[in-house]
Design a protein around this ligand. Structure first.
Ligand SMILES: CC(C)(COP(=O)(O)OP(=O)(O)OC[C@H]1O[C@@H](n2cnc3c(N)ncnc32)[C@H](O)[C@@H]1OP(=O)(O)O)[C@@H](O)C(=O)NCCC(=O)NCCS
Length: 337
């Protein structure tokens, strides 16, 4: 079993990579939908704008037993942490492959001048003891909530939209923000900064557009609804309908600027989003969202809309210095249990 870099993966390697993801999902489906091959291809071939990625795999001839993706947002040496995702086929676990891939990725992390790395994993899965035995610490608990649209009581969404606070106006757009709202959206995203403790880069119109272009490049559709106070955005919500999503959309950012909080703007923009999606994307049956476990207000808004807690995710972080050194050329035993 060799660890190889896949910086320029072939079609066969992409197919194999996808098989690893599918095997991991089949063994432990959790609340996640099955991975989609087109999406895997798009992710492996295109690093997101403003970000680079490094890929490695543990290869048994042409077959891949385990894969690792290291996402490097921003410029090399940037003060932002990298993100690591390692997936090991169930029949190849507890043989040190995950640890070997992590050590190789740690080399890539240091080579890029990063000081830390984060990983998001499901609570109660082997990822927890794996990361904790490799120098990671849990820094955030996320409640994964799901809204099943066909379980929404009739009329609830229309009623919430109709009850919007006086003095505000709703606007909405698909994809990249229209020029007239770009600076205002950057301002509203900056107001979220208290929640996003890892964001070292300030929001501006350029970064707002770049993030939306990144979503489009993956083949996903970004929908935004915002509440305007004059020309300023007082609150907004974003939902992404992923390519090949099989009926499930993902909630992205929702924020209400501090001086506009307490007026039910959050639930208003979210209800308007549900109403828009029902007409625009009727195939969407479910919306998933992750909320920081201590973000009680957003969880309350989601519960009022009908979201229910499905799973708990944990965000782990490790300093580059705490990670294992790149491995020696030791080989993993070829026999499987
Ligand atoms: C988490 C995962 C990557 C671990 O891969 P792996 O190849 O089995 O890990 P390793 O063999 O290198 O394990 C190294 C150490 O981690 C710990 N560990 C790993 N799996 C464990 C488990 N199920 N229970 C307890 N400890 C575990 C142990 O300390 C282990 O050392 P040991 O086998 O000598 O006791 C794998 O279980 C997986 O693919 N899970 C699903 C995807 C996922 O959640 N990925 C995490 C994203 S970073």
């Amino acid at each position: 079993m060799d660890v190889i870099a896949l910086d320029d993966p072939t079609d066969a390697q992409i197919r194999e990579w996808h098989r690893v993801l599918a095997a991991v999902h089949a063994a432990d489906p959790g609340a996640e939908p099955a991975p989609d091959p087109e999406r895997t291809t798009a992710r492996l071939l295109g690093a997101e704008p403003g970000s680079r990625q490094r890929l490695w795999a543990a290869a048994d001839g042409g077959r891949l037993a385990a894969v690792a993706a290291l996402r490097l947002p921003g410029a090399p040496g940037a003060d932002r942490p990298a993100e690591i995702d390692i997936q090991v086929r169930p029949e190849w676990r507890r043989r040190g492959l995950g640890g070997r891939l992590l050590a190789v990725a740690a080399g890539g992390l240091r080579a890029d001048g990063r000081s830390s790395v984060i990983a998001q994993v499901l609570a109660g899965t082997p990822a927890v003891p794996f990361l904790e035995s490799h120098g990671f610490e849990c820094v955030l608990t996320l409640k994964g909530m799901l809204l099943r649209l066909d379980e929404l009581p009739a009329g609830r969404v229309a009623r919430l939209v109709a009850q919007g606070p006086a003095g505000y106006r709703l606007v909405r757009w698909r994809g990249v923000v229209p020029d007239e709202h770009a600076t205002a959206l950057a301002g509203a995203k900056t107001a979220m900064a208290d929640l996003a403790e890892y964001e070292g880069t300030p929001w501006d119109a350029h970064r707002v557009r770049e993030t939306a272009e990144m979503v489009a490049k993956r083949g996903d559709d970004l929908y935004t609804v915002a509440a305007l106070d004059g020309a300023a955005i007082a609150g907004f919500t974003e939902v992404v309908v992923p390519l090949g999503a099989a009926g499930r959309a993902a909630q992205y950012d929702t924020a209400v600027v501090p001086e506009h909080r307490g007026r039910r703007l959050g639930i208003w923009v979210k209800a308007a989003m549900l109403q828009w999606l029902a007409g625009e994307r009727p195939e969407v049956r479910e919306i998933e969202t992750d909320n920081s476990g201590d973000n009680e207000h957003m969880i309350a808004v989601n519960e009022e809309l009908g979201f229910r807690v499905e799973r708990e995710s944990l965000e782990y972080q490790a300093a580059a210095a705490a990670l294992p050194a790149p491995p020696l050329a030791a080989r993993v035993p070829e026999t499987r249990s």
